[in-house]
Design a protein around this ligand. Structure first.
Ligand SMILES: Nc1ncnc2c1ncn2[C@@H]1O[C@H](COP(=O)(O)OP(=O)(O)O)[C@@H](O)[C@H]1O
Ligand SMILES: [Mg+2]
Length: 310
């Protein structure tokens, strides 16, 4: 099972879009995929369930908020497996034996970040508690009920709070969606540095506090930066974008050759409801669909340098 976080400090760079479509395309190729929505804005969740559905069927019992609530004590612990739901319309479109499941987010997940941060800051056992919370998602993913997934994709919120940190610690790989503009490229270097610092600190803490053998050394690598919302001219990114893309390559980070073009008409709709673009009818957006499929192939290649594509 691969665990991959889709991450960037910035909002609106395509994290959720990339998560949904990578997941959908992998499921369409026969993989069992679990998406985890860690963003309290819940865009990924609302891509699959409309807000009324979410309120009636998911809000109280089946969101990732229950998992993080459980970490604070006082509320009944839950396993991640108990939170999984299977969005109907997207799964109805899958051609093979794959599956696309979701652990939904909650609009109040934002409070969890604050509450955890407070609990951690007030305790005498600051370092130990922080270590426990950072490692919690990695620990939770060892649930037997999740053993059949080939891929877990985590849609991260646009921050570096403790919930985001728990996603990074749980991950083997990171995918960084970015726009090719000045601030986005600055942010990537900064993010990469902070990830390295977090990982070093976690591994050092593991030597002090680890109580189970599951706290192995973590070493998430960057699978790639994917440039999104790119304007093309004659099938190439416009010069302004190209310059920033070259700068990111110069940082030494892998960059996916396929870029996702800007296509507001395609991405602004959720029709048919609950179906990611890559699973929609071929006729509606063939070019964008092909880009998303190519990106998925490159993504698998970056995870598996041996070329053994699932
Ligand atoms: N390639 C694209 N072209 C045009 N609009 C896009 C593209 N990718 C995403 N969008 C739109 O941009 C907005 C932000 O994308 P989203 O994936 O939600 O970003 P994030 O998760 O990083 O905040 C959404 O409305 C989405 O539909
Ligand atoms: Mg998002």
């Amino acid at each position: 099972m691969y665990v991959v976080s889709v991450i960037n400090y910035k909002g609106g760079v395509g994290k959720t879009t990339v998560t949904a479509n990578l997941g959908a395309e992998l499921a369409n190729r026969g993989m069992k995929v679990l998406l985890i929505d860690l963003d309290p804005q819940a865009s990924l969740t609302f891509g699959f369930y409309d807000p009324d559905d979410w309120r009636e069927r998911l809000r109280d019992g089946r969101t990732v908020k229950r998992w993080y609530d459980g970490l604070r004590g006082g509320t009944a612990a839950v396993t991640l497996g108990e939170l999984v739901v299977t969005p109907g319309p997207a799964n109805a479109r899958l051609t093979g034996a794959g599956r696309l499941d979701l652990i939904a987010s909650h609009l109040q997940l934002v409070d969890i970040d604050l509450a955890l941060a407070r609990a951690v800051a007030n305790g005498d056992e600051y370092d130990a508690e922080l270590f426990r919370v950072r490692g919690s998602l990695a620990e939770g993913l060892h649930d037997d009920a999740l053993g059949s997934y080939d891929m877990v994709l985590i849609d991260c919120p646009p921050n570096f709070n403790v919930v985001t940190q728990s996603a990074i610690i749980a991950s083997d790989h990171l995918v960084i969606p970015a726009k090719a503009d000045y601030l986005s490229t600055l942010g990537i270097d900064y993010l990469h540095g902070n990830v390295r610092e977090l990982v070093d600190q976690y591994n050092a803490d593991a030597r002090r506090f680890a109580t189970t053998r599951r706290h192995h050394k973590v070493a998430p690598g960057v699978a790639g930066v994917v440039f999104t919302m790119i304007q093309l001219m004659a099938q190439r990114p416009i010069a302004a974008h190209q310059g920033y893309m070259d700068q990111v390559r110069a940082l030494g980070l892998p960059v996916f050759p396929t870029v996702l073009r800007e296509s507001v008409t395609v991405f602004a709709t959720n029709t048919p409801r609950g179906v990611p673009v890559v699973l929609r009818d071929r006729t509606t957006s063939p070019v964008v669909r092909d880009e998303l499929r190519q990106l998925t192939t490159e993504f698998l290649d970056h995870l598996q340098p041996e070329g053994a594509v699932a």
